[in-house]
Design a protein around this ligand. Structure first.
Ligand code: HEC
Ligand code: HEC
Ligand code: HEC
Ligand code: HEC
Ligand code: HEC
Length: 180
């Protein structure tokens, strides 16, 4: 107390303002956190989190997206695949109870698409995976995403820039490769 009373009025005022500022920052940060969480819930029917599954629990992308190596579509996994674990894991959490609800009703989860090309573009995963192109080249660091988001603008220039670096550049530049 003695030390504080030794301060000038101006100094005490500054300390008070500093405290108020910290308070405002904390409130703003909390508001952001809350809005980010409710966005996640609004965006997808279940708040699926890649970071938990891939970074924290070491799951491989193609365990869930098993189409990528053999077919045009990478595939979003079925409720059945999720329930292989979640019949037993974290069954007390609200998001897992929502998941179990889809399973009991035998309904597919209406996931919202994150990356989607216009219908006049043909894209196929398997030739890219076979040629060793990583998921991250087109989708960014999904392993660390809490909400899957598009980070790369996959427009025609993006596709052509990489095709231009390949040995069979001419064949991969043909309009019919991507517009059939
Ligand atoms: C436990 C299963 C699981 C694993 C493992 C997994 N994913 Fe997913 N992934 C999903 C589900 C479910 C969705 C749909 C919900 C969403 O968009 O978050 C999804 C969505 C995506 C999307 C967006 C799809 C769209 O709509 O365009 C991309 C891209 C993706 N995952 C890439 C990856 C990559 C890359 C890895 C590895 C680093 C990976 N995923 C690992 C289950 C998984
Ligand atoms: C190989 C096992 C496995 C599979 C398959 C799996 N998960 Fe998980 N999941 C986990 C583990 C482990 C956790 C972390 C649980 C914890 O926090 O204790 C988790 C956590 C979650 C959470 C967060 C729960 C919370 O609120 O804390 C959600 C939501 C979720 N998973 C949804 C899914 C969905 C949807 C699928 C199918 C696309 C899926 N999981 C497939 C193992 C799995
Ligand atoms: C050369 C770029 C590229 C690479 C590499 C790539 N993707 Fe994709 N991915 C796309 C594009 C483009 C779409 C949207 C396709 C469409 O709308 O027709 C897509 C869509 C998806 C989807 C949602 C729809 C679907 O196809 O089922 C998932 C999931 C996905 N990718 C996961 C992956 C995973 C996992 C890998 C790595 C094993 C990967 N992708 C590698 C470009 C790529
Ligand atoms: C990071 C590099 C890279 C990017 C980005 C990329 N590609 Fe490719 N693409 C390749 C490679 C490598 C091949 C395989 C070439 C081969 O097998 O000779 C390929 C092959 C293809 C094929 C199959 C060609 C055939 O005739 O077999 C299609 C279709 C294709 N790409 C479409 C796309 C589209 C559409 C995009 C953008 C959304 C895209 N690619 C982005 C590298 C890329
Ligand atoms: C490697 C794949 C690829 C090749 C090869 C390719 N395109 Fe495209 N093209 C795309 C993609 C992806 C889009 C969608 C662009 C977007 O969403 O911004 C597109 C869009 C277009 C559009 C619509 C543009 C717009 O603004 O809506 C036209 C027209 C087009 N391409 C013409 C061509 C012609 C002509 C060729 C041959 C000289 C060609 N493309 C070769 C991938 C390709």
């Amino acid at each position: 107390m003695r030390r504080l009373s030794g301060l000038s009025v101006r100094q005490r005022l500054l300390i008070g303002m500093g405290g108020a500022l910290v308070g405002v920052i904390i409130i703003a940060a909390l508001a952001l956190l809350v809005s980010a969480q409710s966005d996640a819930a609004d965006d997808q029917p279940i708040a699926f989190n890649h970071n938990i599954h891939v970074s924290k629990n070491g799951m491989q992308c193609q365990y869930c997206h098993y189409g990528a190596a053999e077919s045009p579509e990478a595939v979003i996994p079925s409720v059945e695949l999720c329930m292989g674990c979640h019949a037993n894991i974290a069954t007390d959490r609200p998001e897992i109870q929502k998941l179990a609800g889809y399973w009991e009703r035998q309904e597919p989860i209406p996931w919202k698409r994150v990356n989607e090309q216009p219908s006049f573009v043909y894209f196929a995963h398997h030739p890219h995976i076979a040629a060793g192109v990583s998921c991250g080249a087109c989708h960014g660091d999904v392993a660390r995403m809490e909400i899957a988001e598009p980070v790369v603008n996959m427009n025609m220039g993006f596709c052509l820039d990489c095709h231009a670096e390949q040995d069979n550049k001419d064949a991969l530049y043909d309009c019919a490769v991507c517009h059939r």
